[in-house]
Design a protein around this ligand. Structure first.
Ligand SMILES: [Zn+2]
Length: 394
């Protein structure tokens, strides 16, 4: 049954000139209401009242009020739309069709959430919400005296930090082969896993050795750690390698590489790298010259002591290695031979570290690696992959 409303001058909506037949009075518009899929449409009037759209279908039909804030449309309402199809969750299946540009323009004044702008905003809202959460976390941690940059770095998706780490590592080890002898890699993994036991939840490490005579060890973003053959050659025991590794893991736990890079190249450039859109020019130089503050070094040492204790490895190797190399450098005057000077410069100061280690209470400890695994780690560069002509360091 079709009810013709408003003095019967409105027999059919299709087709209909929008000019004169859409206006049924102030804030009133001719409409067509369908109660459900199987119901016939009923013509009537829709009024933009204070709290919602009043639907009046004439005698025999209840008056309806569809509240503005619950109104829904299939697609966003544009102010110049020539018709609008509305629904309301209060009456599932029902729809209200109103033709004419005036209704669309007027409706957006009452129900702005139906506009295209509002739809765009809803999409944006999630992005802004995320940004607000990050900002809040940063602010909270700042208030608690933590580093806001660290909180920011920690809030980044893991894959982003990995990409930043890959880019930094590739840039810093450019020209050097990676050591991949299977037994050596197994020994190194075993040591890394043992040390990781006491690391905070959710933090994992990947350690690589490069065939590089320069003595070096560093952490890059994403828990990645690089050791050089030069460093392993200088170590006199697996405990010394464990000490250095634990110290670099400490830097990783504290997100020092992440925050260092962001500080150095800026947040925008770092995000670009993390999104895969940019490289790290001179990252090697950058990180090598970066160094960490004394406070950061101390924090990395404290973390290292935790890791060593959790692994049941004596902390003496941590102090001993740095002390021995420092002494060696002093006697060597210049340090061009081992290249350790540059590395030590970024890891000050050995004496302070030795004192910290001496202060640690004793605990039961076993060697970081058994003799066979230690030998295997020392020959990890028997097999290498990477560039054909290594630049052979400096
Ligand atoms: Zn350090």
């Amino acid at each position: 049954m079709r009810r013709v409303c408003a003095e019967g001058k409105y027999p059919d909506l299709f087709p209909m000139p929008p000019s004169d037949r859409t206006n049924a009075g102030p804030n009133r518009y001719y409409c067509r209401f369908t109660a459900g899929r199987s119901s016939s449409p009923v013509d009537g009037t829709a009024t933009l009242a204070i709290s919602g759209v009043e639907i009046n279908l004439g005698p025999g039909h209840p008056k309806r009020l569809w509240h503005y804030d619950r109104l829904k449309t299939l697609e966003p309402v544009r102010p110049n739309a020539i018709d609008v199809l509305l629904s309301s969750p209060g009456e599932p299946g029902a729809s209200l069709f109103v033709q004419g540009a005036r209704f669309a323009a007027d409706l957006t004044g009452y129900a702005p959430h139906l506009t295209a702008r509002a739809a765009r905003w809803r999409n944006w809202r999630w992005g802004l919400l995320l940004a607000a959460v990050v900002a809040l976390a940063v602010a909270a941690s700042f208030a608690a005296g933590w580093s806001p940059l660290k909180s920011f770095a920690a809030a980044l998706p893991d894959s982003w930090r990995q990409r930043l780490g890959d880019t930094a590592r590739e840039s810093m080890t450019e020209g050097h082969k990676q050591c991949v002898d299977a037994n050596g890699v197994a020994a190194l993994s075993q040591l890394a896993a043992r040390l990781s036991k006491a690391a905070p939840e959710g933090i994992s490490f990947s350690v690589r050795v490069y065939d590089w005579p320069l003595m070096n060890a560093f952490a890059v973003p994403g828990g990645q750690i690089v050791l050089t053959k030069g460093l392993i050659d200088k170590a006199e025991s697996p405990d010394e390698v464990a000490g250095v590794l634990a110290h670099e893991m400490g830097h990783g736990i504290e997100m020092h590489p992440e925050t260092g890079i962001i500080r150095s190249i800026g947040l925008a450039a770092a995000v670009e790298v993390m999104l895969g859109g940019g490289g790290l020019a001179n990252a090697g130089l950058m990180l090598a010259q970066l160094g960490y503050s004394r406070g950061a070094e101390h924090q990395a040492d404290l973390d290292a002591l935790q890791l060593l204790k959790g692994a049941g490895i004596a902390p003496k190797g941590l102090a001993g290695f740095f002390m021995r190399v420092t002494k060696m450098e002093a006697e060597n005057s210049g340090g061009a031979k081992s290249g350790a000077f540059a590395w030590l410069r970024t890891h000050p100061p050995a004496a302070e570290r030795a004192k910290l280690v001496r202060e640690q209470p004793d605990y039961p400890a076993t060697p970081a690696l058994d003799e066979q695994s230690w030998e295997e780690l020392k020959s990890i560069c028997k097999t290498t992959i990477g560039p054909q002509k290594p630049e052979n360091g400096d």
